[in-house]
Design a protein around this ligand. Structure first.
Ligand code: HEM
Length: 179
């Protein structure tokens, strides 16, 4: 994944748990450079290793790390120069969720090696959407839950998120999101 993702994990840990915890995580995964380069693509394994090491060092389940990371990503991208892109992706939560593929398509213009996830939505009612998430990558479902929480906050909505279908059963995750 692009270095920006690993950088956001670093930022999340340093800000919320302290620099010493980040250094312990970095040492555990054996990452020897001083920093990640946002626009450089790194092996996915590094990101998974960072989540695993963070889980050990912070004594939190990997799912909790991924969920916190997803929520943080909404704030992080807004501050790292993608605020306008986020703003252009929708003026309501429902509209935004419907534009997730378009958003990642736009990002592919500046990050050509991006391997984005795939989303689709079905509007159930004015304040309820069914969101389907598919990816070539495994194990990131909890990140989507965090992303949805972060988006809910961004739009000032108290979201209820219920997963109704699971990748292990049908190859895709489906969430019922209501607010
Ligand atoms: C402007 C904001 C955003 C930027 C710059 C961005 C960029 C990225 C990048 C760089 C990756 C790593 C994939 C790779 O390097 O191949 C990624 C992955 C991902 N993004 Fe976004 N993204 C943004 C917003 C969102 C939002 C709002 C969602 C909400 C659902 C989302 C969902 C995901 C998921 C679930 C992944 C994990 C990869 C996977 O499932 O295969 N992203 N995105």
């Amino acid at each position: 994944m692009y270095g920006m993702v690993n950088k956001a994990i670093q930022d999340l840990v340093s800000t919320n748990f302290g620099e010493d915890k980040w250094l312990a995580i970095k040492e555990k995964v054996g990452f020897e450079d001083d920093f990640f380069i946002s626009m450089q693509s790194y092996p996915d394994e590094l990101t998974y290793d960072l989540v695993g090491a963070a889980s050990e060092v912070l004594e939190l389940e990997p799912a909790a790390i991924l969920e916190a990371f997803g929520e943080y990503w909404i704030l992080y991208t807004a501050e790292e120069g993608y605020g306008e892109m986020l703003a252009l992706s929708g003026s309501t939560l429902a509209e935004f969720l419907g534009n997730l593929n378009l958003l990642h398509e736009r990002i592919t213009n500046i990050m050509p090696q991006l391997k984005p996830p795939k989303f689709s939505t079905k509007e159930i009612s004015e304040n309820q959407v069914e969101l389907t998430y598919e990816s070539d990558r495994d194990g990131l479902t909890s990140m989507v839950v965090g992303l949805l929480r972060g988006l809910g906050k961004r739009f000032g909505k108290n979201c209820e998120i219920n997963q109704t279908e699971f990748r292990a059963d049908s190859g895709k995750d489906v969430f019922n999101v209501s607010w």
